[in-house]
Design a protein around this ligand. Structure first.
Ligand SMILES: Nc1ncnc2c1ncn2[C@@H]1O[C@H](COP(=O)(O)OP(=O)(O)OP(=O)(O)O)[C@@H](O)[C@H]1O
Ligand SMILES: [Mg+2]
Length: 280
């Protein structure tokens, strides 16, 4: 795909530093969690981000989602730079970018039904008649397969169902970009597959751009058009998913791929069962 900056996301030379400790001489050391990352993400495209723990994936995701300002560099979102965090313009941009994390229970309100939470997300950003808001929330819940569960409280749903509810709440705002940070990592393999298929379906139906961050290379391979490999804050390699997995350019990528058993979800489930059966 050819980059077209007006449609999609362009990250230019993104850097994020964090202070680490302080010396008696004042200024502490700065640690570069993300160190000069550039890429583009087209409308409707999925870019997977892989890399070992601590390589800067989540930090990159937060900057791409606009919830953390970079130390330097910038993000252009459908032709517009992100406004400073907190500005009125930033709040308008925020609804067009949503994030989904690993633990859905941490981001929902335990006292509200999931229908109420999806509706609330909508009415925070739009003035809508009650009936219209109810209708759109219900429509979105149906789209993620929770059409009959709207009146349940979060604790009355399974982990996978709750993650669907969180996805519904994010997508009811009709974002252009969804950043998924380990969004399926805490789920059972069979539920992971359901959520991945749901994301694929929604991506195509809503022409969503997806930044999909995960430890799990087989999941990333399945969902991504292109994949980027992070190593110590840098984007070591980026390319078409198939090419990257079949002919990685860097030794690091080769080692990363070799560390992951290359099998299907079914084989993996069987392997997990065997491991489980072997436990005392
Ligand atoms: N707010 C922060 N303050 C200080 N250091 C931070 C902060 N956020 C992240 N870091 C550091 O930046 C580095 C990158 O962290 P990040 O969470 O982006 O890695 P990651 O690739 O997402 O790792 P994981 O796979 O474990 O989720 C780590 O060394 C981390 O300790
Ligand atoms: Mg992370």
């Amino acid at each position: 795909m050819k980059p077209s900056p007006d449609q999609g996301v362009v990250a230019s030379h993104l850097v994020q530093t964090y202070p680490v400790g302080r010396t008696i001489f004042g200024r502490g050391e700065q640690f570069r969690a993300v160190d000069g990352v550039s890429f583009h993400l087209e409308q409707g495209e999925t870019l997977g981000i892989v890399g070992e723990s601590g390589s800067g994936k989540s930090t990159l995701g937060r900057m791409i989602a606009g919830i953390e300002a970079p130390t330097s560099g910038d993000v252009t979102f459908w032709g517009q730079r992100y406004a400073p965090v907190g500005a009125a313009q930033w709040r308008r941009q925020r609804r067009l970018v949503q994030m989904v994390f690993q633990n859905p229970a941490a981001v929902v309100d335990p006292r509200w039904t999931i229908h109420a939470q999806v509706r609330e997300a909508l009415t925070t950003h739009e003035t809508l008649a009650r009936a219209e808001a109810d209708h759109r929330a219900q429509e979105m819940l149906a789209l993620v397969g929770l059409g009959t569960m709207g009146n349940r409280l979060p604790h009355q749903l399974s982990g996978g169902q709750l993650q669907r509810a969180v996805i519904a709440r994010a997508l009811v705002l009709q974002p252009k970009l969804l950043v998924c940070d380990e969004a399926v990592s805490a789920l059972d393999v069979s539920v992971q597959a359901q959520i991945i298929n749901l994301l694929l379906e929604l991506r195509d139906r809503l022409q969503l751009s997806l930044l999909f961050i995960s430890h799990d290379l087989s999941v990333v391979r399945h969902i991504s058009h292109r994949v980027g490999v992070m190593y110590r804050g840098q984007l070591l390699e980026i390319g078409d998913a198939r090419t990257l997995f079949e002919a990685p350019q860097h030794n690091y990528t080769r080692r990363l791929l070799a560390a992951i058993p290359a099998d299907t979800p079914r084989q993996r489930r069987e392997r997990d069962l065997k491991t489980f059966a072997a436990l005392p």
